[in-house]
Design a protein around this ligand. Structure first.
Ligand code: ATP
Ligand code: MG
Length: 427
């Protein structure tokens, strides 16, 4: 027999019993984003490699070791997008979206990073992201964070997640801090791992973002960036905290939060959970006021966040809320013979058009009434609808509740439609 080809390591199939949870999550995210006035943007999955090198930063996990880069047939250096902010900025500049305009944008889709696959960390993963361009103050930071909080709340994840905040200040204020940090890390160089030693001089702040548990203590005792913020960043951070407090959004300050990409400044935040082991960040974001300029555009303030869909889904599967997601069939339609099938085919479609949201499966493949009833039961549907020779003759349809011990009833077609409408509305 021929060898069976399997999926690429770290790239997952989302099977039917799971996809309904995804659809539910995506539906809620879309609805909340729309309610905040955000508009969807869709960009290609592949971009020029240079875009990510210039935006994310050369000395980052992503650019150093995680990108899927390749030369295409024209010898062009391309990369499967590892994140979306750079793509969104590229598209916005290319189409003039940032000229004297405020943009509130969102997108969702797959991203690619060659990481070591483990629970909550994959090589193809999905994000749902929001980005705002053209606003400078802490007001939009507060609103954007509120948007992320609302999404988590509507997904039933509020009690499982905590908001962590920090400010990275401006590049200028970071340079003074950087010296102190390098000094501190040099003093403890013997405790650093290989990655951190390499970063010590190229990009020392990145050491604070290390996932190595052996460095936890060292990082916790490092000098704090928050103690070296410039006046404007400090004011921005304080006002944001006031807005959040007044809005009733609880948060913790985490002075070690630095984020894994180079382009952040001022506000950074993460929603974390202790339910997913080491992959505890389900949403991450921050301000990136210099990125547009860095990519060749006019200076444009910006802030955004990304929700990690796989981690959100894992968390939803652990929460009670998940059990309330109703995705099953309402009804399973059966016939008693081949001769009755054309009428059933027509009738099933009539019901679908009459009853908004009806999930109705028509039995195909023949078989006895008994075996069809068995299939109806197994399908999980609440009702079996029967259309056989008798029903066709009497211009009626039979309905059997598969989950309650009530007798089968005969109804006229429109009666049945009305009945199903009421039953579905109640659910
Ligand atoms: P981490 O610290 O977990 O590596 P990150 O800082 O690299 O995350 P971001 O680039 O900020 O992550 O991406 C935003 C979110 O996307 C993360 O908080 C996480 O929820 C999700 N995410 C990132 N990388 C992966 C991955 N390889 N697999 C699954 N989800 C991911
Ligand atoms: Mg990462």
């Amino acid at each position: 027999m021929a060898e069976i080809i399997q999926a690429v390591r770290g790239m997952n199939d989302i099977l039917p019993q799971e996809s309904f949870v995804w659809q539910h999550a995506e539906r809620i995210m879309r609805r909340v984003l729309l309610s905040y006035g955000y508009q969807e943007i869709r960009t290609p999955m592949v971009e020029k490699t240079e875009l990510f090198k210039r935006s994310i930063g050369e000395v980052t996990d992503i650019v150093e070791k995680e990108m899927y880069s390749f030369l295409d047939r024209n010898q062009e250096n391309l990369t499967l997008r590892p994140e979306g902010t750079a793509c969104c900025v590229r598209a916005g500049m290319e189409h003039g979206l940032f000229y004297n305009q405020i943009q509130r944008l969102w997108y969702t889709g797959p991203f690619f990073r060659h990481e070591r696959p483990q629970k909550g960390r994959y090589r193809q993963f999905h994000q749902c992201s929001a980005e705002v361009f053209g606003l400078t103050g802490p007001d939009i930071d507060a609103e954007l964070i509120m948007l992320s909080a609302t999404i988590l709340e509507k997904l039933g994840l509020k009690s499982l997640t905590t908001l962590q905040l920090n400010s990275l200040g401006t590049a200028e204020s970071r340079s003074e801090y950087r010296k102190r940090l390098v000094h501190y890390l040099n003093e403890h160089k013997d405790q650093l791992d290989e990655d951190s030693v390499r970063r010590l001089h190229k990009n020392p702040l990145r050491v604070l973002d290390s996932k190595n548990p052996d460095l936890k203590h060292l990082i916790a005792n490092a000098p704090k960036l928050l103690d070296h913020l410039d006046q404007a960043s400090l004011q921005h951070f304080e006002t944001l905290q006031q807005y959040l407090t007044q809005a009733g959004i609880a948060f913790e300050i985490n002075p070690c939060l630095v984020r894994g990409l180079d382009y952040y400044s001022k506000t950074v935040f993460e929603w974390v959970t202790d339910k997913l082991g080491a992959q505890g960040t389900v949403c991450a974001g921050g301000r990136y006021d210099t990125l547009v300029e860095q990519l060749g555009g006019k200076p444009t303030s910006a802030i955004g966040f990304s929700l990690g869909m796989e981690r959100i889904i894992l968390l939803m599967q652990q929460s009670e809320h998940n059990h309330k997601i109703d995705s099953g069939l309402h009804a399973y339609f059966i016939t008693d013979s081949e001769a009755s099938f054309p009428a059933a085919l027509k009738m099933a479609n009539y019901l679908r058009s009459k009853v908004l949201g009806l999930r109705l499966m028509l039995h195909c493949g023949g078989g006895s009434l008994k075996s069809q009833f068995k299939k109806a039961d197994k399908s999980g549907a609440q009702y079996a609808i029967i259309m056989g020779e008798h029903e066709i003759k009497t211009r009626s349809v039979s309905l059997k509740n598969l989950r309650e011990d009530t007798p089968q009833q005969a109804l006229y077609q429109d009666e049945l439609a009305e009945y199903l409408k009421l039953k579905i509305a109640k659910k």
